[in-house]
Design a protein around this ligand. Structure first.
Ligand code: 5MM
Length: 341
């Protein structure tokens, strides 16, 4: 084993106990959908105001170690003229960047996608580093349906994730590797467990093939849960036990941290599931969060695009961040018990 590198240390820093990552990297189409659902118009100005609101919320850095940005935000200035990157750096919060170009239909595999964005990635990474980003994210999307996922789609996505991660490390970034098995569908938790394990095995085989340094990456997987349309919602203890079983079988102990996505779970559900997993520790990896919806949902609804709601929205965000900070330590006792965070 080689000596610990700066990237290993950054991977630790981003997921140190009591901290996690805010995913604020929604592409324009995605944030527009989320804004519309809350009655907010979507423009460069409202996206800037909303993200400034999040990044300047009280005690932000006490729970958030890094933020995944969308390219627009990385190069954007806050309303007061300060670059967004500076707003984060002033609080010692590390800026990151989503570098994939989205999931596109995979030719020959109806109903499945492969994430694109490898062409020209080395050059884009150099620009992102110059702009201040220090970690990156790439998301692969795996759907569960009858006969899906196919091995072909799993392999294509694993290969792209591994090539991305190798390039990111080469250019001085900690890569977040995000293979998301979607919650969409009526499948049960057993099926989610099976597909998640197959996916992670394919991903780690590809990472090994591409010589990715496991100590200097963060895995961002889905939790093992029932599909959205399945009549049962397994309780946190079951989600924790099933997720940990899959991780133990498929994720090498050299990986320093697993920072989960929330994937459409309610904010409370995601926090309780993370907390239940950490109560069963110690584990070979730190278990943290890299949520988008489960951190932002309450805040976005409270803001509703109105200046007079900013303080209320920031309080809602701070509350959710504090709950998840406690969950990284298995110390979350309920929605109102966040003062100890
Ligand atoms: C799965 O999505 C990621 C985590 O978010 P949730 O906690 O809400 O599941 C998230 O980082 C996602 O990659 C971004 O929202 C960007 O999505 P798009 O589809 O706009 O690239």
């Amino acid at each position: 084993m080689t000596a610990a590198t700066d990237l290993d240390q950054l991977a630790f820093h981003l997921t140190r106990p009591g901290h996690g990552i805010l995913a604020a990297d929604e592409s324009t189409g995605t944030i527009e959908k989320r804004f519309t659902a809350c009655g907010i118009s979507c423009s460069e100005e409202t996206r800037r105001d909303y993200r400034t609101l999040l990044f300047t919320s009280p005690r932000f850095a006490e729970a958030i170690a890094g933020v995944i940005l969308y390219e627009e935000t990385l190069f954007q200035k806050a309303a007061d003229g300060d670059p967004m990157v500076r707003v984060l750096e002033r609080q010692s919060v590390v800026p990151g960047i989503k570098v994939d170009k989205g999931a596109k239909p995979l030719a020959g595999y109806p109903g499945e996608t492969v994430t694109e964005g490898l062409d020209g990635l080395r050059e884009r990474l150099a620009r992102y580093h110059e702009a201040g980003a220090r970690f990156t994210k790439w998301r692969a999307v795996i759907a569960i349906a009858e006969g899906l996922p196919t091995s072909g789609a799993l392999e294509a996505n694993a290969e792209a994730l591994a090539r991305y991660a190798a390039l990111a490390q080469e250019q001085g970034f900690v890569p977040i590797v995000e293979p998301e098995v979607l919650m969409d569908g009526d499948h049960d938790i057993d099926r989610c467990a099976g597909v998640t394990e197959r996916t992670l095995r394919a991903v780690f085989a590809a990472l090994a093939r591409h010589r990715v340094r496991l100590e200097a990456m963060i895995l961002k997987p889905n939790m093992v849960v029932d599909g959205k349309k399945h009549p049962r919602r397994s309780p946190p203890e079951t989600v924790a036990e099933r997720t940990l079983g899959v991780l133990r079988r498929a994720v090498p102990a050299a990986v320093p941290a697993v920072a989960f996505l929330s994937g459409g779970q309610s904010p409370e559900e995601a926090t309780r599931n993370l907390d239940a997993m950490n109560r069963l520790g110690p584990h070979p990896w730190r278990l943290s969060f890299s949520f988008a919806r489960a951190l932002q949902e309450d805040a976005m609804r409270a803001w509703a695009g109105r200046t007079e709601n900013v303080v209320r929205a920031q309080a809602a965000f701070a509350r959710r961040a504090a709950c998840n900070a406690l969950a990284t330590q298995g110390r979350y006792d309920g929605a109102d018990n966040t003062s100890a965070a």
